[in-house]
Design a protein around this ligand. Structure first.
Ligand SMILES: NC(=O)c1ccc[n+]([C@@H]2O[C@H](COP(=O)([O-])OP(=O)(O)OC[C@H]3O[C@@H](n4cnc5c(N)ncnc54)[C@H](OP(=O)(O)O)[C@@H]3O)[C@@H](O)[C@H]2O)c1
Length: 315
């Protein structure tokens, strides 16, 4: 595993984080509870010391699993827990709520779910257009002053929203979608880097499509995040991604590595990326992903992949 300091926080993050949206148990297929809990244990055993979760991941279930696994391993002081606020999951729907009282309640519930008395990094999950940004951000600032959360940041914000928020609170992290099939946030992330924020990427495996496991069009249920949130498994993107996989196949064969590791190193080697989050519910997938952080792509390989990514993401 590779480690680096996360922004200005002083925390040493593994470059790979475990994402727990799937582990929550809603919208990512049917995986049994023991396997999902074991995934968290596997991540920690692989040297992953950052776990990304949220109350919105099946209404707190993902947080509860993280709390149970970390408590059972007795490793709370060695693991950085990142959770979020301002977005809830109610009756199968995601509902934003950035009001002060709501965030304070969410934070208290997250502490209980996670079986801890502090959160290492607390992010606003999505901006809530119904609530003044200042109300949401000053609430985070007060939670930080109380010592309940150690560091704060945002996710899915625009640059203008981050500039406004920064007037009220030092933003230490940005989390956004970035992968070979969704490189559109590069400029925003470079701006975050220029502000000395730590940058975490989500969807870094393209919701699984970059593993090459699905080479024919799939049908996912309407409430599955591979049809609801990510758009890679439908045309026209699907065919473009298949062409991209063809370029990755050549490098994978030369190096004898799985495509998943190429996808992860392409993200992690961008100098503006501090941390790459991957969601996985299975021990063997997490072990495979962790192995990506034992080698790097060469400049020549990166140039080939950058060109293929540009084609795949062109209109
Ligand atoms: N801030 C936000 O708004 C936001 C939005 C989305 C996600 N996130 C965070 O970022 C994390 C990562 O994003 P994501 O989970 O949406 O998408 P992702 O990491 O791009 O893809 C997850 C999918 O990839 C599969 N996978 C992972 N490694 C694999 C491997 N080596 N071989 C085969 N399949 C593999 C997983 O399989 P299995 O699940 O079957 O094991 C799952 O289906 C989330 O879990 C969440 O913590 C944050």
């Amino acid at each position: 595993m590779r480690y680096q300091e996360f922004g200005t926080t002083g925390m040493q993050f593994s470059e790979l984080s475990l994402g727990t949206w799937g582990i929550g148990g809603a919208g990512w297929g049917d995986v049994d509870e023991a396997t999902r809990l074991d995934a968290i244990v596997a991540a920690i055993e692989c040297g992953i010391n950052t776990i990304d979760t949220a109350p919105a991941y099946n209404a707190g279930v993902a947080e509860c699993y993280v709390g149970r696994a970390v408590e059972a391993l007795g490793c709370r002081d060695k693991v950085h827990i990142i959770t979020k606020c301002g977005n809830t999951f109610v009756d199968g729907a995601y509902v934003r709520d950035g009001r002060r009282d709501a965030i304070k309640r969410q934070c208290q519930q997250s502490l209980e779910n996670l079986r801890t008395d502090y959160i290492d990094l607390y992010l606003v999950h999505w901006p809530d257009p119904k609530v003044p940004l200042a109300e949401t951000i000053t609430t985070l600032q007060s939670l930080k002053e109380e010592g309940i959360v150690r560091h704060v940041g945002v996710s899915n914000f625009t640059q203008a929203q981050m500039e406004e928020a920064s007037q009220l609170c030092q933003l230490e992290a940005y989390q956004g979608q970035f992968s070979m099939v969704h490189p559109q946030e590069q400029a925003l992330m470079q701006w975050c880097q220029s502000q000395r924020m730590g940058v975490m990427t989500y969807g870094s495996m393209g919701a699984g499509i970059l593993t090459g496991a699905q080479r024919t069009l799939q049908h996912y249920a309407d409430n599955d995040n591979r049809s609801r949130f990510y758009k890679f498994f439908t045309e026209p993107m699907f065919s473009k991604v298949m062409d991209l996989l063809g370029k990755m196949d050549v490098i994978a064969a030369q190096r004898q590595v799985p495509l998943s590791q190429i996808a992860l190193n392409w993200v992690a080697q961008k100098d503006f990326v501090s941390n790459t989050i991957v969601g996985a519910q299975h021990r063997h997938k997490i072990q495979e992903n962790a192995q990506a952080f034992t080698w790097t792509l060469t400049p020549e390989e990166l140039a080939i992949l950058d060109a293929a990514v540009a084609v795949a993401n062109s209109l």
